[in-house]
Design a protein around this ligand. Sequence first.
Ligand code: HEM
Length: 385
Amino acid sequence: MRLFSEQSRKGGLRLAAVLVLGLAVFAGAALSPEAALAQATRGDVAQESPTGGTVPGNALGAASDAEIWRQVRQGIQGTVSIPDAKAGQLIQSEGESWRAWRNGPLSTFGGWALLGMIIALALFFALRGRIKIDAGPAGRTVERFNAIERFAHWLTAVSFIVLAITGLNLLYGRYVLLPILGPEVFSAITIAGKYAHNFIAFAFMLGVAMMLVLWLRHNIPNRYDLIWLSKAGGLFSKGVHPPSKKFNAGQKVIFWAVVLGGFSISLSGISLLFPFEFKMFEGTYATLNAFGAGLPETLTPMQEMQLSQLWHTIVGLFLIAVILAHIYIGSIGMEGAFAAMGSGQVDENWAREHHNIWVAELKGEPMPDLRGHGGSGDGKPQPAE
Ligand code: HEM
């Protein structure tokens, strides 16, 4: 009997301890800031608070706490006494959408586009092989590009390749290199790459400007481009060589992609390099709206930066895909092509097969065969028929 009462006393004490502990946990949870905020947003506090939910002294008007938080969450712009007016906006959700776009569809589709281009070029190489000089090398050469032209090309090319590699590292490095290299090494090369990207960009801009000045007159579309395009440049069929002056239609596409894409990527890059200094998208949107695009005409400085970043990446990925094809055809894809940018001298038969009108003009010969099946390679002009 004594034993029983002793046990029940201990049991009672344990129960009381559990209850006290439970109450303490409950009270703690109820008093935690999260719980207080949750209550505030439910409006419970408003009913219980002595001010009925309004800010004491009515400093912020009669809005309830929940309403104030809602407006903050929805990006209301307040005022601050420091010079940086942007700090007056506590939460801006566009940052979240920007991040989701950058790390989501943009990275995914960009990756597929680059991989797709590499696969397409590998398939093309497997099926078509290296495009040969059909008539075989003549052994005589003609000057295709002088030293200044080659300097402009390689300045653009080398700087572009560094920009492409360091840029791709900023987008994909954390997924591809970080797990292999570890945080210390990855961080060191990424910081170095970021500086290289910022400074080498100016060499790229200079190169593009030089190419524009040197080659603009050779890249105005002409009627031969239509013939070239209708035969797909003879790229898919042996012995087919559509007529062309200094640059064929395919090269003109590359030229304009580099010049216009280069200009656009440079502008968005400058806007990223000097944050919050320019309002490029507001101006662009206003121009597009003149054609009924219906885009917002006022953008916050933060939105300007987000759009600049997205556009910079889109144009960058597009240019890299285009340039992969260009590098392929200018190196392993076509016999005799690299010499044009190497020594500047190309084999005469190569020149007659790919740029027959240019060679004829250079040598003061009559107009060559424009049917597009040239390639006799005998070095002689053919009757136009
Ligand atoms: C290793 C990389 C590269 C190689 C091997 C290469 C090769 C060549 C060659 C051989 C030509 C002369 C084609 C001809 O005689 O008709 C050329 C022209 C040209 N290259 Fe490159 N290139 C490279 C990188 C680049 C890059 C990165 C850019 C620009 C971002 C570029 C832009 C141009 C342009 C605009 C032309 C004139 C139009 C054309 O021929 O397509 N190149 N390149």
